[in-house]
Design a protein. Structure first.
Lengths: 325, 495, 163
């Protein structure tokens, strides 16, 4: 037996080395690219990712692999990307969301949103529709504010995550209008919408793709849009500004980021491919169905846009003196 | 409605749809048996395949097959190896594994498969007949109601605590604490992570279950016996006998109903229904002391419940466009991408999709039964493998399964840690079941309670001012009082 | 009895630690919005109480003798606890082999690490024969790989030592 020991071990080692595979030295990308979406499946960000995933193979030889890593309002998934190897094979889709531009003003995150991540492209900005149940005793935003002041009771609002963009929008709205809104966070947009659909809260905020089916079914009534200009997918809904609420709202920015240190060639390749995807006719149709506008920005433009949004949210939070209780 | 079903069957019975239904069922069973990957993650991985399939009906038929197929598969490892593949199968481990140790593995697997089939079929029939009103009913379950329901489920978990209620409560508390590790969604703060970044997302159920149940048992056996075979008695009974049938038919019926109604409620439906079913069977049984030692109703009831629940969890998706759990959410996303909007108009706008899916669920249940029954003979043979070989293979199984959850080695270290913990629990005679179930239900109870308080402005009155939650909470208190009263009564009479 | 007392005491101590951590680092919050530390604090306190009860009255947790027929464990395979050292060593070795496996999985890649693990386990822990070990090792590694990689399409690590 002892005589056979060495050759057998050598056999195993050899087989192991063979199967381990040679190092990749060819052109990027040589294997599928993992895209982490730090939100639950079925949400607006996830849908955007899936739409991109569907069209991507038309313009790239390697496909995308979407991985949902929800948790902590987006922090868990983003942290995973921050810690991954910056070789261009792990990306973060959803860059610019609430936990990137709002949360850092309110609490410390385990990474630095702007130093540890590099913006690649901007894909879309998701609007936030403020809706109420059809049984509510008010039909417009101003009626709602008047009702709340008259009744003296606080409104309850279903929001997708604590300190996310919807949460801040609701708080900002409350402060600007002089009423009290208690925001109730859920584990994502889908759960929040369900709770609102059941009539358990007064109002809620969500993306058109989440609330549209319920509006059509007569269960929800839209009150306002948190956007600088009206959303083309819901043109009859006034913006907050039109309704007299003076507060800046950037909507929910959705872009793509890579961990800091990702090689320049990878980023350039990604910029170019994403651009082709955004200009694809089938992609446009998909995004229309999902009520998501396409708005391509390359890395430099996106970085500037993000910085503005971040500073603006910081100002909003300071002006309205918003804290995490 | 009948012509809807006929349309549905004509759609579902096309060769290509039948093929994909079978494929889905096959993959689903594999997913259920193999630890680590759950139906949600698998469906996500196979979404690109779904894109390339032209017809949305075919795509959703396959994904639905994966989903309820995994419910069938989950019971297999629970019964054979005491390894719960997912939360809804934990309860099956109790009596199922004990039956396997007594040489009745085939019977357990058979009853589980047949019960699942009957329950799944009842579930789909219920879906066909009652979908819209049930969906509306499910919507009424807001945070206070779900909190109350989860509390009832937790109470039922105490019935699994074996001989000492105090130890069971300690396990419950520990399970709740383990669930608190990680990010707290309501406040946004991280708890008990001690700076370790991998702990930010908390522990995964699979790692916990594999560790405590799987590795823990293996470690324990390493120490206590030199060599053992899992099955020591004759392998004779592969098929359930008539006597087994008679005992279980009511359990299956009850389980199906329980699972059907509780499964519609978003979040935790399958787990809670398996718990409620087990507790009900134990209470109703004329031989309650058999429970925990291999009572066949303890397998039939919960298995039927969790299958009925997986059928009814499609109801909110198909009628309201609301996904009830992670796997259904994936199906929801896929439908949207394919241009089908699930929701109240699905029945009228796309009857082919609506009825096609329902019809394929009937077919799928039959396929799964045909797939699983012959496999039972195969699984039972597996048990004759000597433990010395089986143990490392099982360990390999759990390690790779755990690793693939998040692709980090840290999870494997955690697994080993839980394994040692499970070993300790066994040595100190603590029952791990309540811990696992508290781990699953805890977050639901905590978030819904805090959401309810936010909704009410800090007042607990919200729990009693709403009819459904009031009913559930009253049930909870009656059960607790009843339990306390009975044990006091029994103690008194013994003296 | 004494064992239960000690365990009870440890549980109570653990509960106290949790309660203190919850109180200090995570805030308890107000009634309208119980903060992150509220539930852990409650749980820590209840563990303190329950641990104390267990330590004070161990009789409460001793298993009730059940008058049931044997549950399938035949006498032959429940060997009376042999002199401890031998089997405790098995457990110790098993844990070591597992830890090494976890450590090497990402570095040496799936195949190599698994082969080393399966081999190591069977030889060191179970003291199987070499040929049987080799056969089972390679077979199970391959089958497991096939199942996870092709049926479920998940990737197993390729090994950082090699890339």
């Amino acid at each position: 037996m002892k005589k056979l020991f060495t050759p057998i071990v050598a056999l195993f080692l050899g087989a192991g080395l063979l199967l381990a595979g040679p190092a990749a030295a060819a052109e990027y990308p040589v294997k599928p690219i993992t895209v982490i979406v730090p939100f639950a499946a079925g949400g607006s960000t996830d849908l955007l990712a899936r739409a991109v995933e569907k069209i991507w193979p038309k313009y790239a030889k390697q496909p995308l692999t979407i991985v949902n890593r929800p948790g902590g309002g987006g922090v868990v998934g983003t942290a995973a990307v921050v810690q991954s190897k910056p070789d261009g094979y792990t990306l973060y889709l959803g860059y610019g969301s609430g936990h990137d531009v709002v949360m850092p003003h309110l609490q410390k995150l385990p990474y630095d949103t702007f130093r540890d991540l590099v913006p690649v492209v901007h894909l879309s900005t998701h609007s936030i529709a403020i809706v109420t149940g059809a049984a509510a005793p008010f039909k417009t935003l101003s009626e709602m504010i008047a009702w709340s002041k008259r009744e003296g009771k606080p409104l309850t609002a279903a929001v997708s995550t604590r300190a996310g963009t919807v949460d801040i929008t609701m708080r900002g709205l409350a402060k600007a209008a002089g009423i009290t809104i208690n925001t109730v966070p859920f584990a994502g947009g889908a759960e929040a919408t369900v709770a609102l659909a059941g009539g358990h809260l007064t109002i809620g905020g969500g993306h058109p793709s989440e609330v549209m089916p319920h509006i059509k079914a007569g269960r929800f009534r839209p009150l306002a849009m948190a956007l600088p200009k009206r959303d083309p997918s819901m043109p009859t809904v006034p913006t907050l500004i039109e309704e007299g609420i003076r507060m800046s709202n950037w909507g929910s920015i959705k872009g793509v980021a890579a961990p800091a240190g990702t090689p320049k060639e990878a980023i350039t390749y990604l910029e170019a491919t994403f651009k082709r995807v955004c200009e694809d006719a089938e992609f446009k149709k998909l995004m229309d169905d999902l009520f998501q506008p396409i708005w391509y920005m390359n890395s430099a433009e996106f970085a500037k846009y993000l910085a503005e949004a971040y500073a603006d949210y910081g100002q909003l939070i300071k002006d309205l003196n918003i804290t995490l209780n | 409605m009948l012509d809807g079903l006929i349309t549905g069957f004509s759609v579902a019975a096309t060769p290509i749809n039948l093929l994909f239904a079978f494929l889905g069922a096959l993959i689903g069973t594999a997913v259920g048996v193999l630890p680590g990957l759950g139906p949600a993650a698998t469906i996500a991985l196979l979404l690109p395949v779904a894109y390339s399939i032209a017809s949305p009906v075919t795509a959703i038929i396959m994904m639905a097959g994966i989903f309820y197929g995994s419910m069938y598969g989950g019971s297999t490892t629970s019964i054979l190896l005491n390894l719960p593949g997912e939360a809804a199968s934990v309860v099956t481990c109790y009596d199922g594994y004990k039956m396997a140790r007594k040489g009745r593995a085939g019977v357990a697997l058979g009853i589980a498969a047949i019960g699942s089939f009957i329950a799944g079929t009842i579930g789909v029939i219920g879906l066909t007949l009652f979908a819209p009103p049930i969906a509306e009913f499910a919507l009424k379950f807001g945070p206070p109601e779900r909190c109350a329901l989860a509390l009832v489920g937790l109470l039922m978990a105490v019935t699994l605590s074996g001989s000492s209620i105090l130890k069971g409560l300690i396990m419950l508390a520990t399970g709740l604490l383990l669930a608190a590790v990680g990010l707290d969604p309501i406040s946004g703060k991280t708890r008990f992570s001690f700076g370790i970044i991998e702990l930010q997302s908390g522990f995964d159920f699979i790692t916990l279950a594999m560790g405590i149940f799987g590795l823990g048992e293996i470690f324990y056996n390493l120490e206590t016996v030199a060599k053992t075979e899992i099955v020591t008695t004759k392998l004779g009974q592969i098929w359930p006998k008539t006597a087994d049938w008679l005992r279980t038919r009511m359990a299956i019926a009850r389980g199906s109903l329980i699972g059907f109604f509780i499964g519609v409620i978003p979040g935790g439906g399958a787990v809670i229904s398996s718990l409620v079913s087990y507790a009900v069977e134990k209470k109703i049984s004329k031989t309650p002391e058999e429970f925990g030692q291999g009572a066949i109703e303890g397998v039939a009831g919960p298995e039927s419940a969790n299958n009925a629940a997986s059928s009814s969890s499609f109801i909110p998706l198909l009628t309201l466009g609301i996904p009830g759990n992670a796997a259904i959410a994936m199906i929801f996303a896929a439908l949207l991408i394919k241009g089908v909007t699930p929701g109240p108009f699905l029945m009228t706008e796309r009857p082919d999709v609506f009825w096609g899916v329902i019809a394929s669920m009937y077919i799928g249940n039959v396929m799964l039964l045909i797939l699983n029954l012959p496999l039972i003979g195969l699984w039972v043979q597996l048990l004759r493998v000597p433990y010395g070989i089986l143990a490392p293979v099982v360990i390999l199984f759990t390690v790779i399964g755990t690793y693939t959850i998040s692709n980090q080695a840290f999870d494997v270290y955690t697994l080993i840690g839980f394994g040692l913990f499970g070993y300790l629990l066994r040595k100190l005679k603590f029952e791990p079941g309540p811990l696992l179930l508290a781990f699953v239900l805890g977050p639901m109870i905590e978030s819904t309670m805090r959401q309810s308080l936010l909704m009410s402005g800090g007042s607990f009155a919200i729990f009693v001012s709403r009819p459904i939650s009031l009913t559930l909470l009253s049930l909870f208190f009656i059960l607790v009082m009843g339990q306390i009263f009975f044990s006091w009564y029994r103690k008194k009479n013994r003296l | 009895m004494m064992g239960s007392r000690i365990v009870g005491f440890l549980i109570a101590a653990g509960g106290a630690a949790v309660a203190v951590y919850a109180y200090h680092y995570l805030k308890l919050g107000r009634m309208i919005s119980p903060d992150a530390g509220f539930l852990p604090f409650l749980l820590g306190c209840s563990l303190m109480v329950m641990g104390a009860i267990m330590a004070a009255r161990p009789s409460l947790v001793e298993a009730v003798a059940t008058a049931l027929p044997d549950d399938g464990f035949k006498a032959e395979d429940q060997e009376p606890h042999p002199p401890g050292a031998n089997l405790k060593m098995k457990l110790f070795l098993g844990v070591i082999v597992l830890v090494v496996y976890a450590w090497s999985l990402e570095r040496a890649g799936y195949f190599l690490a698994t082969v080393a693990f399966m081999g190591g386990w069977q030889l060191a822990v179970e003291k199987e024969r070499l040929f049987k070990t080799a056969l089972i090792t390679v077979l199970s590694a391959l089958i497991m790989y096939g199942l996870f990689r092709y049926l479920l399409k998940v990737h197993v690590p390729a090994g950082t030592w090699f890339s």
